[in-house]
Design a protein around this ligand. Structure first.
Ligand code: FES
Length: 117
């Protein structure tokens, strides 16, 4: 059974206070965070730069849009529980650990990021 109810997204980290927001169906977690007034580390917004790479602790996600035929990775499953927040939408409530910082309305970009999986 598919529900069109928003899913609860919780961002957690050992470096920051935990925050939660709703993510409507078919909207990426990154976009839903922005709509909730949160800024997460992001770059291309197309699943290419890995700046938004995160670890999915609980729940399930699917791709928010069809993959390009040139796609070389699945943003909903990079392996080892990693996902790309710009490209996935939750199908259940989820708990996610972003690799970069987040803030209320302030963009914080990591100084460097590792693109290796
Ligand atoms: S913002 Fe570039 S992969 Fe998500």
């Amino acid at each position: 059974m598919t529900s069109h109810a928003p899913r609860k997204v919780t961002l957690t980290s050992d470096k920051q206070a935990t925050v939660s927001f709703d993510c409507p169906p078919k909207i990426s977690i990154l976009r839903a965070a922005k709509n909730a007034g949160l800024e997460l580390s992001a770059g291309c917004m197309q699943g290419r730069c890995y700046t938004c790479r995160s670890r999915l602790l609980e729940g399930h996600v699917v791709n928010a849009r069809a993959l390009s035929r040139y796609a070389t990775v699945d943003p909903a499953d990079l392996g080892d529980g990693r996902i790309l927040l710009c490209s996935v939408t939750p199908t259940t409530d989820v708990i996610v650990v972003p690799e970069g910082p987040w803030a209320d309305g302030v963009v914080q970009r990591p100084i460097t990021h590792d693109t290796a999986t």
